[in-house]
Design a protein around this ligand. Structure first.
Ligand code: ADP
Ligand code: MG
Length: 696
């Protein structure tokens, strides 16, 4: 039986309207979408691993006999079952279990289980594995090939995915068209394309063959993977090109600048722009003086002076009597911009509004009214600025600080703020430069400017790397000396995975500890759990020199500017990403004093962590650090995924597959010439209905 590839998923047996709604949540609408809903990993139940040969993070089958089963009461009640097979042992740990389960684990019985191996307190553990208990040694029951695991959503089981992919493969695979002409491919890819057709590649990912190389499937290095990854990268690149082309048909307000006003602004600054600032500011000014909505990314190292460039763009909007807003990702950062820009603009008689989600209702209402009436031309704040309820008379420019890509909703929301279907100009500032290979392919929809020069007189921050265990006391002494000399110091507490509460707790403990040993110093504390008023109070005390030592979590990562702070201690630096450490370090070295950054680490250091710390010690150049970051992470490290923004892929991974990126742009250009009519079907196949969001 054949089913048309364009038919909705309900054409498949077992998929009714209810299930179709669930599948839509993972962007599966048509039969073709099912074929391109590829497994994101594979489980290997093809063989049994000896317990003596287990490796952490490996998912595998083990078979053994029960030595011991007991319920233990630690931080959480759990059931531990130790099984062994003569070569070693492993402990099954369950947090949820009933009496029957507890009783089924009788000493001497056999257990076959499948799960992920993790290092536990006493040897390897498997937490909630799939298992079966039997009286005799289980035999057989192993799979002949890898089991695909599909990305899924609530209410859609792996069994269902297997059922519908089976059907789609049988009924529609022969209809999948080759859309990438092999003549456009770089030489390196020719072999990959010859060894498998597109249809074979899709089939190979859904149903790995018996003799497949397991590692190449798990690591996505098989020919089938490479072929599909390349195609997906090309499709995404095309969608970005298309979004840029679409922008050329849209209209934005043409902003004419007022040279006199600008001169006055520059004269009040108290410093002269660096030539890099002048150049970039010129590029931005040129963008704004056009009716095509601009979208420019300004990258510049911490301290390179991006704020002035942003302010000058906003000034150009004001000159043309349209509104400009600046958004920052955190309230702390937004407040600082508000203070800086508020002061600069006050000197010119321009009022600056403030808007954040925590702004008191009455004040908020007043600001909202002024934005709607157009009385207020400039506002600074957080994402609150572009929420649906915020009306503008005529929003002409949106500046976003420290964010690589707009979230989907944010871009969509902007359209409604400008009259007559116009779109505001957009300017994004970032201190985390995009490595060149990424910029060419995955920022094809943006223009990029670089402020590649620091203001004069900046001293390079001297960085040292020190083991915390043995030399913490010495570091504390150094803090005392710096403060006694009138310097100010940051003490950054460890990043705790995903838990703001624990992170705040750690910072509070550190503050207590330092208060006890550093008597006489004025010590402040700032973390993400504080109310914004409290945070602001501490930060402004620090800025005004009323606090010597600021203990902080990573909330200070971006943008905070206190020139007198010349020493920074970062605890557990080995846990942080390169880009993040570089950002943190950028908080010092902002004044004329020689600044220092001490990276404290806990032993043992992983190979990657060692490389990161070494890179930081050796260079202050953000562009170099970004390249290095990609390189280290490409070698298999997962830290700070923020870099790649919000694009999601089915098979590709921008970090893992970075070696393919330089090939994409060129190949796409050739395809656009040779087979322009296949571009839309290609985008549709890989991005489909997500496209309107990606491009929005
Ligand atoms: P970032 O690029 O990290 O956002 P900022 O805009 O916060 O940098 O600028 C860092 C500091 O350098 C600020 O105190 C700012 O006033 C100052 N600054 C910016 N440009 C210059 C310049 N051309 N000469 C001297 N100081 C400058
Ligand atoms: Mg900044």
């Amino acid at each position: 039986m054949s089913v048309s590839i364009d038919k909705p998923v309900t054409a498949l047996a077992g998929v009714g309207p209810q299930m179709a709604l669930k599948l839509a949540r993972v962007h599966v609408h048509s039969v073709q979408d099912v074929l391109f809903h590829l497994p994101h990993r594979y489980e290997d139940r093809t063989s049994v691993t000896d317990m003596g040969a287990l490796l952490p993070n490996l998912s595998t089958v083990v078979i053994g006999q029960i030595d011991l089963a007991q319920v233990v009461f630690g931080r959480r009640r759990s059931l531990l079952v130790r099984i062994s097979d003569g070569t070693g042992s492993v402990t099954i740990r369950m947090f949820y279990f009933n009496r029957a389960q507890e009783k089924s684990f009788q000493r001497g019985l056999w257990v076959k289980c499948f799960g992920e191996v993790r290092p536990g307190a006493k040897g390897f553990e498997m937490i909630h594995p799939e298992y079966r208990v039997s009286a005799t040694e289980p035999t057989g029951g192993l799979d002949s090939t890898l089991t695909p695991v599909y990305p899924t959503t609530e209410g859609v089981s792996q069994t269902l995915w297997r059922k519908i992919t089976d059907q789609a493969l049988q009924a529609a695979l022969p209809q999948v068209q080759e859309l990438v002409d092999a003549r456009c491919l770089p030489e390196q890819m020719q072999g990959v394309y010859e060894s498998a057709s597109l249809q074979q590649a899709i089939n190979a990912l859904h149903r790995p063959t018996l003799n497949v190389n397991l590692a190449s499937m798990q690591e996505a290095t098989s020919s089938a993977h490479q072929r599909l990854i390349m195609e997906e990268l090309i499709a995404h690149h095309f969608s970005l090109r298309k979004s840029r082309a679409a922008r050329e048909h849209e209209r934005a307000p043409l902003l004419e600048k007022d040279d006199e006003l600008e001169q006055q602004f520059l004269a009040n600054l108290g410093f002269t722009l660096t030539s890099a600032q002048q150049r970039v500011s010129g590029e931005v000014a040129h963008d704004l003086f056009r009716t095509m909505p601009s979208m420019r990314l300004v990258q510049g190292d911490v301290g390179s002076g991006k704020t002035v460039v942003a302010a000058m763009a906003m000034l150009q909007a004001v000159s043309a009597r349209v509104q400009a807003v600046l958004m920052a990702p955190t309230e702390l950062l937004a407040e600082q911009h508000y203070a800086t820009i508020g002061k600069w603009f006050a000197d010119l008689g321009i009022e600056v509004g403030w808007l954040a989600s925590k702004t008191p209702a009455k004040q908020k209402r007043a600001t909202l009214e002024k934005l709607a009436s157009g009385e207020l031309l400039v506002a600074v704040g957080t994402h609150a600025l572009i929420q649906a309820a915020v009306e503008y008379k005529y929003l002409g420019l949106v500046v976003i600080d420290e964010q690589h890509r707009f979230g989907v909703e944010q871009r969509l929301a902007l359209r409604s703020k400008t009259p007559e279907g116009q779109v505001p100009h957009q300017l994004v500032m970032t201190a985390t430069p995009i490595p060149r290979t990424l910029a060419m392919t995955f920022y094809a929809d943006l223009d990029v400017s670089s402020i590649d020069e620091l203001p004069p007189g900046r001293k390079v921050v001297e960085t040292v790397v020190i083991p915390a265990e043995t030399r913490r006391a010495e570091v504390i002494q150094r803090v005392r000396v710096a403060c006694q000399q009138g310097r100010q110091v940051y003490w950054v507490c460890p990043l705790i995975d995903e838990s703001e509460v624990l992170e705040a707790q750690a910072a509070t403990d550190t503050e207590q500890e330092l208060k006890e040993v550093l008597t006489g110093l004025r010590i402040g504390l700032v973390h993400g759990r504080l109310k914004s008023k409290e945070k602001e109070a501490v930060m402004s005390d620090f800025r005004e020199g009323k606090i010597d030592l600021l203990v902080a979590t990573t909330v200070i990562e971006v943008g905070v500017d206190v020139p007198n702070a010349s020493l920074m201690i970062i605890e557990n630096a080995e846990r942080m990403g390169l880009a993040q450490l570089h950002q943190l370090r950028g908080r010092v070295g902002r004044g004329s004093e020689q600044s220092f950054c001490i990276l404290l680490y806990q032993v043992p250091l992983s190979q990657h962590a060692k490389l990161r710390l070494k890179t930081l010690r050796e260079t202050n150049d953000g562009f170099l650090i970004a390249e290095k970051d990609l390189e280290i992470r490409g070698a298999g490290e997962l830290l700070g995924t923020r870099q790649t923004g919000s694009i999601t892929f089915k098979v590709a991974d921008l970090i893992r597959d970075q070696h393919l990126l330089p090939l994409v742009n060129d190949c796409a250009t050739k395809l656009a010439k040779l087979t322009p009519h296949r571009i839309d079907p290609l985008i549709d196949r890989w991005i489909g209905s997500k496209e309107e969001y990606v491009n929005a």
